[in-house]
Design a protein around this ligand. Structure first.
Ligand SMILES: [Ca+2]
Length: 190
């Protein structure tokens, strides 16, 4: 199963990349943490990708196509699909996490799937990833718009380890789809 294999593939490199992630704490809610990733600098340090059949992914670097900053990602597919995913870790158990990402479809009836996987913190091997939230979004060509991953109860105690997947689904033969992505947020609170 392609997605499961890709989940396992990100491994230690993604863990190291966490050091570059900005973390902010709101004084009004002391136990509230937000991650923000705008595909800036070298997005490949933080994002993993996977494709199947004719799916493809890449980055627009300083091309004037980003929602904010200089860079964004893009996904294309006709008969296959393509995903970006990134790892997010919180140092203690959060009650709930909510994520969103901005997407700019270039084609009508573009179907995006947003998935959230969580790792059981008691699994020392790091293999027990479970799908905690999945949502489908059908969008027409237009400007950048926010789509949500939904709210994910973190379920387990201990450190929270999540993977957020952004997938573009091809429309089938002769039905090419494309979308750009930028500005990914996750907020957790407890
Ligand atoms: Ca950006």
């Amino acid at each position: 199963m392609a997605i499961k294999a890709a989940v396992l593939r990100i491994g230690a490199a993604a863990l190291v990349a966490l050091a570059s992630v900005a973390v902010t704490t709101s004084p009004a809610q002391a136990q509230d943490t937000t991650y923000f990733d705008s595909f800036e600098d070298n997005p490949d340090d933080r994002w993993s990708w996977s494709t199947w059949y004719d799916g493809n992914t890449g980055y627009d670097l300083q091309r004037g196509l980003a929602r904010t900053g200089a860079n964004n990602g893009w996904l294309t597919a006709e008969t296959g699909g393509a995903s970006f995913n990134r790892y997010v870790e919180f140092p203690r158990s959060a009650g709930q996490c909510a994520g969103e990402v901005y997407v700019k479809p270039s084609t009508n009836d573009t179907v995006m799937t947003l998935d959230v996987w969580a790792l059981d913190p008691n699994d020392a091997g790091g293999y027990d990833w479970r799908l905690r939230n999945s949502s489908r979004h059908q969008l027409n060509a237009g400007e950048y718009q926010a789509i949500g991953f939904g709210t994910t109860p973190t379920v387990y105690g201990g450190t929270v380890r999540l993977q957020y997947w952004i997938t573009l689904n091809g429309g089938g033969a002769g039905n090419f789809k494309m979308a750009r992505v930028d500005d990914f947020f996750v907020r957790c609170w407890w």
